[in-house]
Design a protein. Structure first.
Length: 104
């Protein structure tokens, strides 16, 4: 169950990362509130997952999911470039997440 909470925390972190830009430097009230709610939700879910998952493993997986998700959404939605080096970096991050899960 705690691994599901950790994955959920990572997915909420992805949503949070995408909610920052619409705040326009925190000058728009509703997007800013959403941004803070998503940030708090991600950290709350992360804290719950740490009941049985070691802190280092949980945080590494959390940030890995966030990084991969943010990059992939940037590629799909914002049309950010995805070259060979960036794709390799993503593969290494995913491999690290899988290895961290397998080692726990």
């Amino acid at each position: 169950m705690n691994w599901l909470l950790l994955v959920a925390a990572g997915l909420v972190e992805v949503a949070w990362s995408q909610s920052i830009k619409p705040t326009e430097n925190f000058t728009r009230p509703l997007p800013t509130v959403l941004c803070f709610v998503l940030a708090a939700g991600a950290v709350y879910l992360l804290s719950l997952s740490m009941r049985t998952i070691p802190v280092g493993t949980a945080y590494a997986v959390f940030t890995g999911i966030g990084a991969v998700g943010a990059i992939m959404l940037g590629v799909v939605i914002q049309h950010d470039p995805l070259g060979a080096a960036r794709a390799t970096a993503l593969a290494l991050i995913v491999g690290g997440i899988v290895l961290a899960r397998a080692a726990s």
